[in-house]
Design a binder for this molecule. Structure first.
Ligand SMILES: NC(=O)c1ccc[n+]([C@@H]2O[C@H](COP(=O)([O-])OP(=O)(O)OC[C@H]3O[C@@H](n4cnc5c(N)ncnc54)[C@H](OP(=O)(O)O)[C@@H]3O)[C@@H](O)[C@H]2O)c1
Length: 250
């Protein structure tokens, strides 16, 4: 039986591991071909494993390395989709970088790096997707539920992700004539290696205590929401969603 996304092509920014890897196999199970982007050399093995997992699911994938704070690398990612699979239909950007640090201690370099990964890379990913996706495409960016929180310490993380909401709104209006929907998914604190280094055990417990069932968000809670936005949920556009078990809302 043909999958929901049979013969569609997905470009996955940060597709090698954690949420990105689960999205790669989720889309592959729907019949889509996947461009698996990875960043660090240390993520190359994960990218290979993810490509193999897509192939085992009966679809095709290609891995591409790149620093998405460089616009040329963002363009090369979409070039790969066109050159390898003949086009692109869905673009999901999971790239992000977290820092928990008081404003008074944050350096200029940290600010530039945080806004480079969380805001600039996201902006040019949306721009290139708007240029290159086929009509009726979907663009989904990963935000954070901290966008709906009132808290200390995450000025350059939540602050760096905050512009996504406006990039998303503008792109949704500007790409609407081609039927392209654009959204941001902003999960609660997610149980991946991304989450733990900047938290203490006490803060992990606090984050858990703010959601239903005293638990963190799991990547398995988020992947179906992104899959939905890329398929039957196409009528959502210009929005930020907060799948987080009640951790924050607005
Ligand atoms: N885990 C959480 O608590 C949580 C909660 C809410 C939202 N989120 C967001 O969800 C997304 C996925 O997070 P995750 O937990 O699945 O962790 P993750 O796999 O570590 O995702 C972050 C990705 O960003 C990539 N990246 C970093 N710098 C980059 C650059 N300059 N160019 C291109 N890619 C770059 C990383 O690649 P390398 O590792 O190879 O550098 C990594 O693949 C992120 O956007 C994150 O902000 C996470």
């Amino acid at each position: 039986m043909a999958g929901k996304l049979q013969d569609k092509v997905v470009v996955l920014g940060g597709g090698a591991k954690n949420l990105g890897a689960l999205l790669a196999t989720t889309f592959a199970n729907d019949g889509a071909k996947v461009v698996v982007h990875y960043h660090s050399d240390s993520s190359a093995d994960d990218a290979d494993k993810t490509v193999k997992a897509v192939q085992e699911a009966g679809s095709r994938a290609v891995a591409v390395q790149g620093d998405l704070t460089r616009v040329a690398d963002v363009r090369r990612l979409f070039d790969t989709a066109v050159d390898t699979f003949g086009g692109a239909d869905i673009a999901v950007n999971t790239t992000g970088m977290v820092l928990r640090k008081p404003i008074l201690e944050t350096t200029e370099e940290e600010y530039d790096r945080m806004f480079g990964v969380n805001a600039k890379a996201a902006y040019f990913f949306i721009q290139e997707a708007g240029r290159r996706l086929n009509d009726n495409g979907k663009i989904i960016s990963l935000g954070t539920s901290l966008l709906a929180a009132f808290t200390d310490g995450y000025s350059t993380y939540a602050g760096g992700k905050a512009p996504l909401e406006h990039f998303t709104r503008a792109a949704a209006k500007e790409f609407a004539d081609r039927g392209i929907s654009v959204n941001t998914v902003a999960p609660g604190p997610m149980d991946t290696p991304f989450f733990y280094p900047q938290e203490t055990p006490e803060r992990v417990e606090f984050h858990k205590s703010q959601a239903m069932g005293n638990q963190l968000t799991r990547i398995e809670d988020i992947a179906p929401i992104i899959e939905f936005l890329a398929t039957d949920g196409w009528w959502f556009t210009g929005q930020t969603m907060f799948p987080n078990g009640g951790y924050t809302t607005r």
